[in-house]
Design a protein around this ligand. Structure first.
Ligand SMILES: [Zn+2]
Length: 433
């Protein structure tokens, strides 16, 4: 009698375990099917929260979606907004309007002390400067490498920020000394290739894509395992994938360290070498063809329901002005705007534009991308070859110091705005007096 009960109990337990296993596997499968590409899942859509009103949303959208390409995917009403999978289709995300609430009586802080600043030196430089096409040669002179300049600028900014009591973090190591650095543990070329394919196939049918890219696919693995000495299609393919991975890593870092603001540091290349100018980019300016991909629409919607753009526009103006003064280079360009334009004017005469660049798109919260003077302008190129500033035993140009000083000055002038943003979004972390 007792034995039969035990047997029934064991059978029931086994059946329950089996049912549980089936359920777990099914939900894992559903989870995989729900991946929208480049790591976006249902949770990302479900986690979206508005920090603005309908009017704020409309203002943001004018800058983020200047071509109105997101509009067919939106349903707006007095209480909130929906992002639809297809025009008139199922809602992927629904948010209710709500202003991010500032802490009552929060002190207005006008200093950088305790602010976490992520400094992102654009590109890699060093042995990678040619493959990444940031290797500027003018006449018989040695090359100027953007990734080396941005690295020097970031290190000098780090020094200045630390002296002001801020907590800077630099997003990448020094320029690589060999053609291929050790890939970091989280990098998987297979995964990157799949993600890259998904993003491209969202816009282009497989057959036409394959006819454009057969060499990359075939040679990718060989290149990864046995890096050749010179630039081949395989090396370019590896670089494309690694770069995509690293841009996402840099944006995620801002979240991991709880950055109050991220500044991505770049130097410019003008189409006309006679031109020299500086620029500051805020997120936005999504091109109509970019809006054809689901992940792009997610990022655009996420930015439009946020409250960071007004703050970013003021910050960009202050930093651009400081850069123009310190570097003696205008923010206004005489160059004709490229057709179709890749950037949307915000304050054109002051060099402030919106542009849909990877770091600006993905980095949460406050983020700006700065473009220093034009490396291909012959006089600027000469100045950038100067090596009078020593960092870790290597010479860098005085221009990097001027750039760093300007960026920190702009941040200092607008520190109160950064603190206000932090008070609205992280009220638990108020400054220590
Ligand atoms: Zn750049």
């Amino acid at each position: 009698m007792v034995r039969r009960h035990v047997r029934v109990l064991v059978l029931l337990l086994l059946a329950a375990f089996g049912a549980w296993l089936v359920l777990v596997q099914r939900s894992q499968k559903q989870q995989r099917q729900r991946e929208y590409g480049e790591g976006l899942t249902d949770q990302d859509y479900a986690g979206l929260r508005a920090a603005t009103t309908l009017d704020g949303f409309r203002d943001n959208l004018a800058l983020i979606d200047p071509h109105g390409a997101l509009h067919p995917y939106l349903r707006l009403h007095d209480d909130g907004a929906e992002l639809q999978e297809a025009p008139g289709g199922e809602a992927l995300a629904a948010v209710s309007w709500s202003l991010a609430s500032p802490v009552n009586g929060a002190p207005r802080v006008e200093q950088l002390r305790d602010l976490r600043v992520l400094i992102d030196p654009g590109h890699f430089g060093g042995q990678w400067s040619e493959i990444e096409k940031r290797h500027i040669v003018v006449g018989e002179r040695p090359p100027v490498r953007e990734g080396n300049l941005t690295w020097a600028t970031a290190r000098l900014m780090e020094e200045e920020l630390r002296a002001s009591g801020a907590k800077p973090v630099v997003s990448r190591p020094p320029p690589p000394q060999s053609p291929f650095p050790e890939p970091p543990p989280r990098f998987s070329d297979d995964q990157e290739l799949l993600a890259w394919l998904r993003a491209h196939l969202a816009r282009q049918p497989l057959t036409s894509w394959l006819s454009d890219n057969p060499v990359q696919l075939r040679l990718l693995h060989d290149a990864y395992r046995e890096p050749p000495e010179e630039e081949t299609p395989a090396v370019r393919a590896f670089f494309t994938l690694f770069n995509r991975f690293d841009l996402r890593r840099r944006s995620q870092l801002a979240e991991e360290i709880g950055a109050d603001i991220t500044l991505s540091i770049h130097y410019n290349v003008a189409r006309d070498p006679e031109v020299n100018k500086v620029l500051a980019f805020v997120p936005g300016g999504v091109l109509a063809e970019e809006m054809e991909s689901g992940p792009e629409r997610y990022w655009a919607f996420k930015r439009a329901i946020g409250d960071e753009l007004p703050t970013l526009i003021e910050l960009a103006g202050a930093i651009s002005s400081a850069m123009q003064e310190e570097l003696g280079v205008s923010g206004k360009s005489n160059e004709p705007i490229r057709r179709p334009p890749r950037k949307t004017p915000v304050d054109e005469d002051n060099g402030v534009f919106a542009r849909n660049l990877a770091v600006l798109k993905r980095t949460p919260g406050l983020v700006l991308l700065l473009e220093g003077p034009c490396m291909n302008n012959p006089e600027e190129h000469q100045r950038l070859l100067d090596d009078s500033v020593q960092i870790d035993g290597e010479g860098h140009p005085e221009r990097a110091r001027q750039y760093a000083r300007a960026a920190v000055r702009g941040l200092k002038e607008k520190a109160a705005l950064i603190w206000d943003y932090r008070a609205r979004h992280r009220p638990e972390s108020q400054p220590t007096e």
